[in-house]
Design a protein around this ligand. Structure first.
Ligand code: ZN
Length: 107
C-alpha cells in the first residue's frame, strides 16, 4: 500500500478535516454568527470541499450550520461559491433598505 501525503487547502482546520475517511472533506473552522434574536439556534458558516478531488480544482462550498442550543438537531446547507455570492448580494440588498426611511412631509 502506498501512502500518499494529503494536501490541505490553507483554510483547512486539521482538527475538523476528514480527508481519507468515509465522508472525505476539508473543513474550515466554523465562524459563529453572534446574534441575540436567533432564539435557541446557533448559526455558523464554514468552508468545505471534497477531499478526494485534487486541489485547487476542488469546488469549495460555504456551509451554513444551524444547531439547536440543546443539540437536538443540526442542519447544514451547502452553497457553491456562486450561490453563496448571490446570497450575500441578496442579504446586502435587503439590509440596504433598512436604513431608508420614508419621511412624510407635514405642511
Ligand atoms: Zn484538510
Amino acid at each position: 500500500m502506498v501512502m500518499t501525503e494529503v494536501k490541505h487547502p490553507r483554510w483547512c482546520d486539521l482538527s475538523l478535516c476528514t480527508a481519507g475517511q468515509l465522508l472525505s472533506l476539508h473543513r474550515s473552522t466554523p465562524r459563529r454568527i453572534e446574534a441575540e434574536r436567533l432564539g435557541d439556534v446557533t448559526v455558523a458558516a464554514q468552508l468545505s470541499c471534497n477531499a478526494d478531488d485534487p486541489l485547487p480544482e476542488a469546488p469549495v462550498s460555504v456551509e451554513l450550520l444551524l444547531t439547536r442550543t440543546d443539540h437536538t438537531s443540526v442542519e447544514s446547507y451547502r452553497f457553491d461559491e456562486r450561490a453563496a455570492r448571490r446570497l450575500v448580494g441578496v442579504l446586502d440588498d435587503l439590509l440596504s433598505e433598512t436604513g431608508v426611511v420614508n419621511v412624510g412631509v407635514s405642511a
